[in-house]
Design a binder for this molecule. Structure first.
Ligand SMILES: O=C(O)CCC(=O)C(=O)O
Ligand SMILES: [Fe+2]
Length: 290
């Protein structure tokens, strides 16, 4: 007879629909439309642009990196509570929780600005897999960036969510070769973003849409071609039970700048988190997530 712990995931049903599980298993990403409101987008754009233009005005725990053709603000939620609407977004968390046994930990939240830049003729974007700092050989599974599905269940210990604050036309923004989150075959040197066998996809998005993806996908960013800058917020989650990447979060000395839910989201914890319990209860009662 098998003896199993009470916190085993074996009988834990995923809160993803069967269609979502099937689609994510096939493609390695899902798109949720309009997860934040126009009002929230405007507030976030206003703050983000202000801090990028005047980094000395950003509240102390924020690091603002300004480059010639863009910039990064990190760890974003400590700048203003409005950004918790991205990390703790219930619609997004339903999917993230459904992919990691309802136990997400946020280990990075950043706003990224990308501007149009001069590109030499013939220069192409590169694709990568996120390694969490340690490159495993092709054919090996990196435990920090693993994807598995079996017996009707699905698991990805690392998920990135990208909420765009501006409209993204095709051939811009996030790009990936769908399905490569599952590949155990060496990535051929000859494979390119526009190869005939498995071309990299791009996605038409509206401000407020969210792309949820496995960083095991071969992915990257297209050169930005619009006159306005790309502004996108990445929230990176990992299975809270084991992983402690970026263990500086939550920032205990600045805990007053974030909510108790955000603090819990950033903390490593074995058991189910309170906000997760509330989302699961809402789903059970058939209530709308926000
Ligand atoms: O800019 C993008 O959409 C891709 C960024 C990326 O590679 C990442 O966040 O891991
Ligand atoms: Fe990446």
């Amino acid at each position: 007879m098998l003896i199993r712990g009470s916190d085993s995931a074996i009988d834990l049903p995923s809160i993803l629909t069967e269609e979502e599980k099937w689609y994510f298993d096939l493609q390695g990403y899902l798109i949720l439309r309009q997860v934040i409101t126009a009002d929230e987008i405007n507030q976030m754009l206003r703050l983000g642009s202000h801090w990028l233009e005047q980094p000395d005005q950003a509240p102390p725990p924020l690091r603002v990196t300004v480059k010639e053709y863009g910039g990064v603000i990190n760890p974003l939620p400590y700048g203003d509570r409005i950004f918790e609407r991205t990390s703790l977004n219930e619609k997004v968390l339903r999917v993230v929780m459904g992919l990691m046994w309802n136990r997400p930990r946020l280990f990075n939240c950043a706003l990224v600005q990308q501007k149009k830049e001069p590109v030499s003729a013939g220069e192409k974007e590169k694709l990568h897999r996120d390694t969490s700092g340690f490159d495993f050989p092709d054919g090996f599974r990196n435990p920090h960036n693993d994807y598995q599905a079996g017996n009707g269940q699905i698991y990805s210990n690392y998920i990135n969510t990208a909420i765009t604050l501006v409209d993204v036309p095709k051939e811009n923004g996030f790009t990936c070769i769908p399905g490569t989150h599952k590949s155990e075959i060496n990535f051929p040197d000859s494979l390119d973003i526009d190869n005939l066998w498995a071309p990299a996809e791009t996605f038409e998005l509206q401000a407020g849409d969210c792309l949820i993806f496995s960083p095991r996908l071969m992915h990257g960013a297209r050169y930005w071609k619009m006159a306005y800058p790309r502004m996108v917020i990445f929230n990176r989650y990992q299975f809270s039970f084991y992983f402690n990447e970026n263990c500086s979060l939550p920032l205990k000395d600045h805990a007053d700048r974030i909510s108790a839910d955000q603090f819990e989201l950033e903390s490593i914890q074995r058991g189910k988190k309170e906000f997760a319990r509330r989302i699961l209860d809402k789903i059970k009662r058939g209530e709308k997530l926000c």
